[in-house]
Design a protein around this ligand. Structure first.
Ligand code: SF4
Length: 423
């Protein structure tokens, strides 16, 4: 009864309620949680999925965007998450999963953005910091397994439900948080843009990303990212503006941050973060360039994928968890075999970000068919990249050298890592 009451008060989606009910009477932590905004909450507290028949607390976000774009004294820049480019076309009757990166950039430029960046570039920095952190943990004896930290739905869950594992969460910020910090601290300063003259927008696959903006910002006033807009919201705005998306020509991202590697490009798929980090770990742990790029054993749509891979003198034991409802299985394994895994990727949504709740629904196709098409779009898109490993990306190498003082440096830790609030 007590749990039922708590679950009602705090608004959780059915998937998260299922997970929480698995914890039985261990739900005392919920008593300590205060809703982030007063009044009705229109999203799931854990994963950020919208809950039917509730008020959406972010309904003004498009108004914020519109007024920033209309303000001649403000430079509005944006960056788009890896998964948006294989979902946005679904809103414009294009083939499900179509890779519409070029049209998406054109559409954003037509809206009046001063610059349009690729969040895949920031994913490359996440890979670098996460791989480096993992190597340090291996060297220092843990804590292992290391859990990925780029999904705010999962991070919310970890920091509120399973506090024993907070020490296992990577401290690397998500690509959204990293890009916010780099745009404010590196891009703006190199382009003589004062803080009050810059408005940063992210285009993202879920509402959990909107909640994430309030954490670990580097700017002194407000947040690194001013507003996050979902794929569906962007589609709504483009239609409102009368932009004929399907007939737009292709445009390129602005190149201040260079071109992202293929590793950054696959972040939007479940298993993509793990595979991207493995490409860098392979070279680092063996001290030589590995030809292997595709880690097919961590791809796919099974709720849990387990794999072992030999790197140097070390056999790494890995797990990829897709959907929060599959987590209790891993936790039960860790209770009896705490060293069963070295590295675990967790994404809250089915399919990873390509299946996020801010992504369009596709009529006439099953959810699994849509996810497969979107995943194929991302894997196909990354094969054309000049570099498919984050640490080989010349822009990443340059920014670490010129600005960040190297991977894992004090400056990189300050800008690209975070701490966790546990109360
Ligand atoms: S998996 Fe991606 S879309 Fe889903 S909650 Fe996490 S960050 Fe958002």
């Amino acid at each position: 009864m007590k749990n039922d009451k708590i679950l009602t008060i705090y608004n959780f989606c059915d998937s998260c309620k299922y997970i929480l009910s698995e914890h039985g009477d261990d739900l005392e932590w919920l008593n300590k949680i205060k809703p982030i905004r007063e009044g009705k909450i229109g999203y799931c507290f854990l994963c950020g999925q919208p809950i039917l028949n509730e008020v959406n607390p972010f309904e003004k976000d498009l108004d914020l965007l519109e007024s920033a774009l209309n303000n001649p004294n403000i430079k509005v820049v944006c960056f788009t998450a890896p998964s948006v480019r294989v979902a946005l076309g679904d809103e414009f009757n294009m083939e499900a999963g179509a890779f519409v990166q070029g049209k998406m950039v054109s559409a954003l430029k037509n809206l009046g953005f001063h610059a349009v960046f690729d969040m895949n570039s920031a994913a490359d920095f996440t890979i670098m910091e996460e791989a480096n952190e993992f190597c340090e943990r291996l060297k220092n004896g843990g804590p292992l397994p290391m859990f990925t930290s780029c999904c705010p739905g999962w991070v919310n869950y970890a920091t509120n439900v399973c506090k024993d594992y907070i020490k296992n969460l990577s401290t690397a910020k998500s690509p959204q948080q990293m890009f916010g910090a780099l745009i404010n601290e590196y891009y703006a300063k190199n382009n003589n843009i004062k803080s009050g003259e810059l408005f940063v927008v992210s285009i993202v696959p879920c509402l959990a990303k909107k909640l994430e903006l309030r954490e670990s910002s580097n700017v002194s006033v407000g947040y690194d990212v001013d507003v996050a807009i979902t794929t569906k919201e962007l589609a709504t705005y483009l239609k409102y503006k009368g932009i004929d998306f399907a007939s737009l020509p292709d445009s390129d991202f602005d190149d201040f941050f260079g071109t992202a590697s293929g590793a950054g490009a696959i972040f939007g798929n479940t298993g993509g973060v793990m595979e991207a980090v493995l490409r860098t770990l392979g070279d680092t742990l063996t001290n030589k360039k590995q030809r292997k790029l595709d880690y097919n054993m961590v791809r796919g749509l099974d709720g849990i994928r387990r794999a072992s891979v030999k790197m140097g003198d070390r056999e790494l034991h890995l797990a990829v968890v897709m959907g929060l409802r599959n987590l209790p299985v891993i936790f039960k394994e860790l209770e009896t075999q705490p060293h069963k895994y070295d590295f675990v990727e967790v994404m809250a949504c089915e399919g990873g970000c390509i299946g996020g709740p801010g992504q369009p629904n596709v009529l006439g196709l099953s959810k699994e068919e849509v996810l497969r098409k979107r995943a194929s779009g991302l894997y196909a898109g990354e094969k054309n990249r000049l570099e498919r490993k984050a640490h080989k990306n010349p822009a990443v190498i340059k920014i670490y050298k010129e600005f960040l003082d190297g991977v894992g440096s004090e400056k990189a830790k300050k800008l690209l890592h975070r701490t966790y609030n546990i109360d």
